[in-house]
Design a protein around this ligand. Structure first.
Ligand code: ZN
Length: 275
């Protein structure tokens, strides 16, 4: 079911991890950002769009993780974009015969059968430094950064007052660091928060990749909450964040938090740095 969150911007929420697909209405059809997870949900979205007479004219994936680069045949054959670095990362991870089997192992067993992998990751990289998604609709500004995953893009739809945050600024997920592709995973997450803060004054609605939609009053609160979590990790202080406390939305989150702590400690030992 599609839900309008701003003029010409609609959301389709998956049961899996409160994943938000974002639909932006253009002149001849819609831009679809991070289409969804389960095949039946994407088919439902495609059906809703065809009832509205709105074909998908462009797709976009915010970052190269499996839950953001799926597609369903019923959504049609529009070009699907990502940043150059996002597309290169996906291409690299799909480059051998065992790739899809490996990705299937990342998907929770209870839904893996329902996640169609045949059209996974077929995205075209936009040239580096591209400032907006090429399509016939409201300007969608690309804010590229390296938090969470290589070539991650937040998207600012200024004339609609909407920030599509990808996997940052969630009310349910803590910042999940990219501990493989980056030399300074915490700073690589803090820097984008400053970028998003710079855009926040134009934002009335924030749409995280997972979690609930935030209103204007939520933008700064969510940036502050992510930043406080990262500062606590960086300074090896006690984390008091409701997203990994007793009221965590998912019972596996405190464990993910513990693993991040351990991996950061190992990196510090390896690099011989402190603090
Ligand atoms: Zn995600």
């Amino acid at each position: 079911m599609l839900r309008q969150v701003a003029e010409g911007v609609l959301i389709h929420e998956s049961e899996f991890l409160q994943t938000n697909a974002v639909v932006v209405q253009g002149r001849a059809g819609v831009l679809l950002i991070d289409p969804g997870v389960r095949g039946d949900e994407m088919a439902c979205l495609a059906n809703d769009l065809s009832e509205l007479g709105q074909p998908v004219v462009a797709g976009f994936s915010t970052h190269p993780h499996w839950d953001h680069v799926l597609w369903h045949a019923s959504l049609g054959a529009a070009p699907r974009y990502g940043t150059a670095r996002c597309a290169a990362t996906v291409r690299d991870r799909l480059s051998d015969a065992r790739a899809k089997a490996r990705i299937a192992e990342l998907i929770p067993p209870d839904i893996v059968e329902q996640v169609p992998l045949d059209l996974l990751g077929l995205i075209t990289g936009l040239p580096a430094e591209t400032e907006q998604i090429p399509w016939d609709g409201p300007r969608v500004q690309i804010i590229e950064h390296q938090a969470h995953a290589p070539g991650h893009a937040a998207l600012l739809i200024e004339e609609r007052g909407v920030l599509v945050a990808g996997d940052t600024l969630s009310d349910v997920l803590i910042p999940l660091l990219d501990l493989n592709d980056t030399a300074d995973p915490i700073e690589d997450y803090l820097a984008p928060l400053r970028l998003l803060e710079g855009a926040a004054d134009d934002v009335d609605v924030v749409v995280p990749g997972h979690g609930s939609i935030g209103g204007a009053d939520q933008i700064h609160a969510r940036i502050d909450q992510d930043r406080a979590y990262l500062h606590a990790l960086r300074d090896a202080q006690v984390v008091s964040d409701p997203r990994v406390g007793p009221s965590a939305a998912y019972d596996w989150l405190p464990g993910v938090h513990e693993r991040q702590l351990q991996q950061l400690a190992r990196r510090r030992e390896r690099d011989g740095t402190h603090g």
